[in-house]
Each structure stands twice: as C-alpha cells, then as structure tokens.
Design a protein around this ligand. Structure first.
Ligand SMILES: NC(=O)c1ccc[n+]([C@@H]2O[C@H](COP(=O)([O-])OP(=O)(O)OC[C@H]3O[C@@H](n4cnc5c(N)ncnc54)[C@H](OP(=O)(O)O)[C@@H]3O)[C@@H](O)[C@H]2O)c1
Length: 247
C-alpha cells in the first residue's frame, strides 16, 4: 500500500497505525465506509464485502483494532451477519498499553429489536454486545435480548443518538468506530456527531439504485478536510475530518 497524499510513501502497518491514531482526550466518532466510484454503498449481492479489496479489508480490521467500541445499525448487523470482533495478536500489546479490552464490543442501534438472541452477536464470545434501543421496543424481544446483552434504553420512539454517544463515552468507550450502515450514518451526521469519515473508493461502477454511503433525509452541507489518500490495486483509501474539528 502506498500513500499518495499528502506526501508519497510506502506504508507498512506501523505507518498505518500512526495515520489512524485517534486524537488524545475527549470522545471521537470515526465512520468507516466503502463505496463504488459512482457512490454505491452496496455490492452486487446487496452487501458491502463485495466492494472491499484486500487493502480495504486490512484497513477495516486495523480501524477495528484501534477502537474502543464498534457502533453499527441493526440493518447492517442483520445483512452482514455481524458477530463479535475477534482478537488481533498484532495489536494486543498496544491495546493493553491503552487500557483497551482485547476486542471492542459491538454496539447495535435498533428500535424494533429484530435481532436473534441465539445469533453470533450474543454468543458470549468476546466483549458483551451492547444494544441501544427505545422505550417502545417490543417488551418480549427486549427481555430476550437483555438476557444475553447489555441493553441501554435511550429515547422513546427513536434512539437518541447524541445520548447514545454520550453513554458510550461515559463507559470510557471514547474511541468510537461506526461501520454504518447508511441510514444510521446519515442520522449521526445530521446530528453533528461524526468527527471523521474513512472512505474507500473501490475501482468499480455499479449504477442502479444501491444505497449511497449516507442515506435518509438531506443533511446541511458538512465541510470535510482531506487528511490522506492511500492507494492499493486502484482502491483509494481516504481519511477525512470534519473541518470544524480541525482546530
Ligand atoms: N458500504 C459500506 O461501507 C457499508 C457499511 C455498512 C452497511 N452497508 C450496507 O448497507 C445496508 C444496510 O444499511 P441500512 O442503511 O439499511 O441500515 P443501518 O443503518 O445499518 O441500520 C438501520 C437500522 O438501524 C436502526 N436504527 C438506526 N437509527 C436508529 C435510531 N435512531 N433509533 C432506533 N433505531 C435506529 C433501525 O433498526 P431496527 O430496524 O432494528 O429498528 C434501522 O432500521 C446493507 O446492504 C449493508 O451491506 C454498507
């Protein structure tokens, strides 16, 4: 993998970690997404994995290995069949030095709680999954999920995402990584909660009606500052910080 902006260089894993270091102090919400050149967030099978190259998958895992918590919408957890994050031996010492758990918990945002309590997310492997839900979530489903996960109720009809981010930070989970999907990311951006977007452009055109990286109602223009562009096999792996967070 090579860096083509700001200064051209070959990047190894140590350089990648340095390039994605979280700011020190305070909470920080990073989002990581992949899109086709024409902006599709779903590959031909309706999932994102088919857009991801080995280089993008490597950075995807590295960003997970650097995070305190992985935030994801229930739609993505269902479609992508989420399970717990698994440990990365290469990052174990760094995580320990930063007083991070061996793996970050997955935090799923869901109103309907149409999640399988017997599924891999709730298998007991790794850090317990956190489920962020609402007072209106079906009581029976909530009781079943509460038996196997850490359930936080934040909001009546919709999860109050600002409260969700504050609650995660209050548990010391300040280095946050959101892996989408587009609906959740659109809402987080609309509420001004996203500090950073890591976006890979896969060298492919999709057309059709696939979702974009952000979905839902339009958001006021959010100016972003380009931090770097990496390249591998024609994939452009970019990092952007919200301009208002640059000082
Ligand atoms: N290209 C990429 O990098 C990328 C990344 C991730 C996903 N994807 C793709 O995107 C698609 C899924 O994305 P999506 O936009 O449909 O789903 P999503 O954003 O992952 O999840 C949407 C769901 O999250 C829950 N949710 C979100 N905000 C909420 C709130 N404030 N309160 C309560 N619940 C809330 C709801 O779950 P309930 O329905 O349970 O109430 C909602 O239906 C898949 O095709 C996936 O492969 C692509």
């Amino acid at each position: 993998m090579r860096r083509i902006f700001p200064t051209p260089a070959t990047v190894d894993d140590a350089a990648l970690v340095a390039a994605y270091e979280y700011p020190v102090g305070g909470r920080w919400l990073r989002a990581n997404m992949v899109a086709s050149l024409d902006g599709a967030a779903q590959g031909s099978d309706g999932r994102s994995g088919t857009l991801a190259s080995p280089g993008d998958k490597h950075v995807f895992q590295l960003l997970r290995a650097m995070a305190d918590v992985i935030l994801v919408g229930a739609g993505t957890a269902r479609t992508e069949r989420y399970g717990p994050a698994l440990p990365w031996p290469d990052h174990a010492a760094r995580r320990k030095a930063l007083r991070q758990s061996p793996t970050p918990p997955i935090a799923v945002v869901s109103g309907r709680l149409a999640l399988d309590p017997g599924g891999p997310l709730f298998s007991g492997v790794g850090e317990p999954t956190i489920v962020l839900t609402t007072e209106r979530a079906p009581a029976v489903r909530r009781a079943r999920i509460a038996a196997v996960a850490d359930v936080l109720v934040l909001g009546e009809h919709q999860v109050d995402l600002a409260s969700a981010v504050t609650a995660l930070a209050g548990r010391g989970l300040t280095r946050m990584l959101c892996e989408g999907g587009p609906l959740l990311l659109g809402k987080l951006v609309a509420e001004g909660l996203v500090d950073e977007l890591c976006l890979t452009f896969a060298p492919v055109l999709r057309g059709g009606s696939a979702s974009r990286v952000l979905n839902g109602p339009p958001v006021p223009d959010v100016a972003m500052h380009l931090v770097h562009i990496l390249e591998e096999d024609g994939n452009l792996i970019t990092r952007w910080i919200r301009s208002s967070r640059m000082d």
